[in-house]
Write a protein that binds this ligand. Structure first.
Ligand code: UDX
Length: 411
């Protein structure tokens, strides 16, 4: 969705192929099917001129480039499920049977190394009648952060393009004309691996900070003070060192798991990556332990949970650290009142049987304790609202509050 709107902003004529008719309708009436800062503005600017959503693949044959942007969710064993990539490749191939000029099929989905070469290329060629000279293949991973995805597309640190041949690479590169970023030109599999390695390293930084933070907490050291000094080393950088309740979202947990499975399939034992996941699974439960240390048994207690999205500025709750926390609270007999500025209705789909409130104050009223699970800036303004609680027992899983009496998960 974001790539389409941004390619339209760069001046291209873009078709979004989407099989869900409700989404097609929404997009064509200017309504993004996901929340993303700046996206609605881009839709209202381009829908009706150089951007449209359609359900069929027929028009692929009239285009120069097609980007495969479908999901690659975790399969039952954690490896990437490539069925949607295969289906899209088949449909693109069928449409390209009738293509007259050169066309490049670009994989943007996060896929294990070898997928573009082995699955996408062969599926497209088989279904298009196999005229190899007419077709180029490329792999062009995205590094967009949810909530900031439009900004990240327009201001990338780098654009990685893996390609089957220079002609294909040049065409993909030309699609990004107008952006000011270094181009990293590599082979197909190296591009695929770059995405996994980037996400795995960012996730590792977070779990690393959390582990150091857990040790700091025992010694009454503020891990944020420590990481300020650590991050100033230019070899480390200050980003992604924020300790807290762990990482969630549609990428880090799934991609690190897929990397682990890939290593294992190749006879490796990726101990570092396994630990990254293990720290991340233990981390949110520490919130509940801290809470029990403060107020004893949770049975019958009223707990306010502020923040449900996996991070701020999104309504996405996939792998949100709030989920294991709420499940643990429920299993211990607590009564939960939850609030999130955007994500309540998505969380209702996962956990329907808790009370959802319209405001932080509503959730806090008469609560025995409060847990902060998402780094929403508006939570930073909260202070007097905590006086509505039975007692000001506030435990932060994200370092966002300004009031002095909140206890951090590892600070
Ligand atoms: C991530 C990558 O950043 C992006 O490059 C990739 O394309 C998709 O995956 P995203 O999942 O949108 O982006 O969110 P991100 O901002 O990376 O945060 C992921 C999770 O890590 C969130 O739950 C966030 O709260 C947590 N996080 C992030 C930390 O706990 N500490 C940090 O320092 C940074």
């Amino acid at each position: 969705m974001v790539s389409s709107a941004c390619f339209a902003e760069l001046g291209h004529s873009v078709d979004i192929i989407e099989i869900d008719e409700r989404k097609v309708e929404a997009i064509n009436s200017g309504k993004p099917p996901i929340y993303e800062k700046g996206l609605e503005e881009l839709l209202s600017k381009h829908v009706g001129s150089n951007l449209r959503a359609i359900t069929g693949y027929d028009n692929v044959r009239n285009t120069d480039l097609s980007f495969i942007c479908v999901g690659t969710p975790s399969g039952p064993d954690g490896s990437a499920d490539l069925s949607m990539v295969e289906t899209a490749s088949r449909s693109i191939g069928e449409s390209l049977k009738e293509r007259v000029g050169y066309h490049v099929v670009v994989v943007k989905s996060t896929v294990p190394p070898g997928t573009t070469q082995n699955l996408v290329m062969s599926t497209v060629l088989m279904n298009s009648g196999g005229i190899r000279e007419k077709l180029g293949f490329a792999m062009n991973p995205e590094f967009l952060r949810e909530g900031l995805a439009v900004h990240d597309f327009m201001h990338p640190d780098r654009i990685v393009i893996g390609s089957s041949e220079a002609k294909a690479r040049d065409l993909v590169e030309s699609a990004y004309n107008g952006l000011n970023a270094p181009i990293v030109r590599v082979g197909l599999s190296a591009a695929e691996m770059t995405k996994y390695a980037s996400n795995a390293l960012l996730a590792t930084k977070i779990s690393f900070s959390n582990e150091i933070g857990n040790i700091c907490k025992k010694m009454c050291i503020d891990v944020y003070e420590v990481m300020r000094g650590v991050g100033m080393d230019h070899r480390i950088s200050p980003h992604f060192l924020n300790a807290g309740a762990g990482f969630g979202g549609s990428c880090f947990p799934k991609d690190v798991m897929a990397m682990i499975r890939l290593g294992e399939m190749l006879g490796e034992d990726p101990v570092l990556l396994k630990s990254v996941i293990e720290v991340n699974e233990r981390q949110p439960l520490r919130m509940v332990e801290l809470l029990e240390n403060r107020i004893g048994s949770l049975f019958g207690k009223e707990i306010a949970v502020l923040g449900l999205a996996f991070k701020n500025d999104t309504d996405d709750v996939r792998d949100s650290r709030a989920v294991p926390v709420i499940k643990e609270l429920k299993s211990k007999g607590a009564r939960i009142r939850a609030y999130d500025p955007l994500a309540a209705s998505n969380m209702r789909g996962i956990i329907p049987d808790i009370e959802y409130c319209e405001s932080a104050a509503g959730a806090l009223k008469k609560a025995d304790a409060c847990l902060i699970m998402t780094e929403w800036p508006e939570f930073g303004q909260l202070d007097e609202e905590f006086d509505l609680m039975r007692s000001r027992v506030i435990i932060e899983g994200r370092n966002i509050l300004l009031c002095e009496d909140a206890e951090g998960i590892c600070w």
